[in-house]
Design a protein around this ligand. Structure first.
Ligand code: PRX
Length: 630
């Protein structure tokens, strides 16, 4: 399916995609099964955030995974599941088996009253059933919203309530390294705050004692016992919702990013095939969790649409030891390996000893995603994992973009350390200054925007289209604003510089500073807080919280309490790395917190604080510097 073969081919395709996008994308879309073809390829208006691809076409994405692949690839392995404990047997699932399991679970969903358009929450560990659940939703036309199983009950409840979900799919517990994490009890707690959930389906995984509520909670194995493995797919409109995925922004609560069926299908598979240059028979492994967009697009949909073999890993890189990733690469002879810089840096810190018994010979392509990869980590990854001869694809994209936007194409685009490099065909990035002026030519730096739609662009933010317009299409007129800074170097290659808004990227996970502040402020003795990011050796960015408290409690004790509040409200991934108790926060005369100063202090950059004389309370700066916990 339209695989790019060389650098000149890439430039040719890129030009074609710009000159005649309708022709370019319709030729790619012709490779899929459609119940009815489109009558227009693209309709768009960025001002009203209204984009429609393959207008009035009818399809079901799972037919393009199953019916399209079964004839030639029915006995081919679709998913290899590697359990948390390496002593436990892996599971190999063929395309035919995955099809049957998906159909069975689709029927189970229907029995529970799930119809086209209903929202389904998936709060599960990394087990094949999580992928089956997503595909079954897609088969019956329900809209899945996967919630990362590390989120707290409050975060889960917020998401359930926002999308008014009807059912939760979950597990009893979750194996993570040498720990068993309770999962069902978190769901129970969340559901105390939710009124729309009619049933809960629970997968037995860890076999610990849980509470099952009669008439609401059902075991997964009972639901699929004695049920047909045939299920006709629901026919959807190209623009019908495929899924909602919640993500953090610079203001308010996480928003539900909405992706639609046809565009997402076309772009996730096209980008998968071209970035990783997947060949028939290759074994591909993406280490992400299905709770994030990377897991959606590049563990489940992209690879399966291309008939690939995709590994799903339940565990963590450090269990039973820090060789685990490399052992898995050798065990399955992985050809394409895709992970996050934070994992690379964490493993790099252990030196080369954990690699000494691994050959890693099978690797053809290595990839990076989620945050800027620093040059040191890039070289370590390239030299020691890729052995200096695997192309390293640094893939820049976002939950909202649905698929990889800027990246080298493996073996085709010359590698340049720490540069995401060049846009994929169909993607038109532009760099604009703060006044919205486009900066053309090389050696420029500014805000990264995209000026033309691509098939998997977000369609809306669930239940609040205005928020979608305000967040992405209002900062720079007529453009999608990414929230990232970028530099175009002297060769025209793009280097992502990180977020330019109040979003922190912690270990490749997006956290809104306002979201963490709101959680901290729930502690009854907290008066005010300000959260900023600072450079962190392993996580990329750490969370630094400045907190004003009204309390006689010792600072150490209150810091622990604050950490626990954040864990409870959002989840462990949001807990601050550093908390500094302060008596005030630097504010402008209009009362706005000067985060720039707080960021500098958190980064130990005391000499470049800039002008502080215009502050309402300039004296606070010295106090903050003195007390900073660096
Ligand atoms: O800041 C960019 C960073 O991650 C943000 C998107 O986060 P999320 O929606 O959670 O998706 C992560 C996985 C696609 C972006 O705005 N980011 C992602 N990939 C890169 C990156 N920053 C630099 N280089 C990348 N390759």
């Amino acid at each position: 399916m339209h695989r790019i073969k060389s650098l000149s081919d890439y430039f040719k395709k890129y030009e074609q995609s710009k000159k005649d996008p309708d022709k370019f994308w319709s030729e790619i879309a012709n490779n899929f099964i459609w119940k009815e073809k489109w009558d227009k390829v693209l309709d768009w208006d960025f001002e009203s955030a209204d984009t429609k691809w393959f207008k009035n076409a009818k399809l079901n994405i799972t037919e393009n995974i199953f019916e399209r692949n079964l004839k030639d690839r029915g006995d081919k392995t679709a998913i290899i599941w590697e359990p948390n404990d390496p002593a436990q047997s892996p599971i190999y699932i063929t395309y035919r088996q995955l099809y049957e399991e998906t159909c069975k679970f689709s029927n189970a969903l229907k029995e529970k009253g799930i119809n086209k358009g209903d929202r389904v929450i998936i709060y599960m560990p990394m087990v094949p059933e999580a992928a089956i659940a997503m595909l079954a939703c897609a088969r019956v036309g329900a809209v899945h919203s996967v919630v990362f199983a590390g989120f707290s009950s409050t975060s889960l409840a917020d998401r359930i309530n926002d999308c008014q979900a009807k059912i939760v799919l979950t597990s009893d517990g979750n194996f993570r390294g040498n720990k068993i994490i309770p999962v069902k009890p978190v769901v129970d707690e969340a559901l105390e705050k939710c009124s729309t959930i009619e049933s809960v389906i629970v997968l037995e995984r860890t076999k610990q004692n849980i509470n099952m509520i009669e008439g609401r909670d059902y075991w997964w194995h009972d639901c699929v016992n004695d049920i047909s493995s045939q299920c006709d797919s629901e026919i959807l409109d190209a623009e019908d919702m495929l899924f909602i995925l919640y993500t953090s922004g610079s203001t308010g609560k996480p928003k539900g990013v909405v992706h639609s069926s046809a565009g997402y299908m076309v772009y996730s598979s096209y980008s998968f095939l071209n970035v990783f240059q997947y060949d028939e028979g290759d074994i591909y492994w993406c280490t992400a969790d299905v709770g994030w967009i990377t897991g959606h697009s590049y563990i489940v949909y992209g690879p399966l649409l291309c008939g690939a073999t995709s590994i799903m890993f339940e565990g963590v890189p450090t269990f039973p030891n820090v060789s685990r990733f490399w052992d898995i690469v050798d065990k399955y002879k992985v050809n394409q390996f895709y992970t996050a810089p934070t994992a690379i840096r964490a493993l790099q810190a252990h030196g080369l000893e954990p690699l000494k018994d691994n050959s890693l010979e099978s690797l053809k392509v290595i990839g990076s995603v989620g945050e800027p990869i620093n040059e040191e980590a890039w070289h370590w990854y390239h030299d020691n994992i890729g052995k200096g001869n695997c192309p390293l694809v640094d893939t820049w994209w976002q939950t909202e973009t649905g698929g990889i936007m800027i990246s080298a194409l493996a073996g085709i685009t010359p590698n340049k350390p720490a540069h995401a490099s060049l846009p994929l065909p169909g993607i038109q990035p532009v760099i604009v200054d703060s006044a919205g002026k486009e900066l053309t030519g090389n050696n420029v730096q500014g805000n990264l925007c995209i000026k033309f739609p691509w098939p998997s662009i977000l369609r809306t933010t669930y239940g609040d289209h205005k928020r979608c317009i305000n967040t992405y299409f209002s900062n720079f007129k007529g453009m999608y604003f990414t929230g990232d800074g970028v530099k175009r170097d002297h060769d025209g290659y793009l280097r992502i510089l990180g977020r330019v808004d109040d979003v922190i990227n912690v270990s490749g996970h997006r956290m809104g500073t306002a979201e963490v502040e709101n959680a901290i402020n729930e502690h009854e003795e907290v008066i005010e807080s300000a959260v900023v990011g600072y450079p962190h050796d392993i996580k990329g960015e750490g969370i630094y919280a400045y907190v004003i408290v009204n309390s006689k409690t010792s600072d150490d004790k209150i810091k622990i309490e604050i950490t626990n509040v954040v864990r409870r409200v959002i989840g462990p991934i949001a807990k601050p790395d550093k908390i500094q108790i302060v008596s005030g926060l630097p504010k402008t005369r209009s009362g706005k917190i000067m985060r720039r100063i707080l960021r500098k202090v958190a980064s130990n950059d005391f000499d470049n604080l800039g002008d502080t004389s215009t502050l309402l309370n300039p004296e606070i700066v010295n106090e903050i510097i003195k007390g900073s916990s660096n």
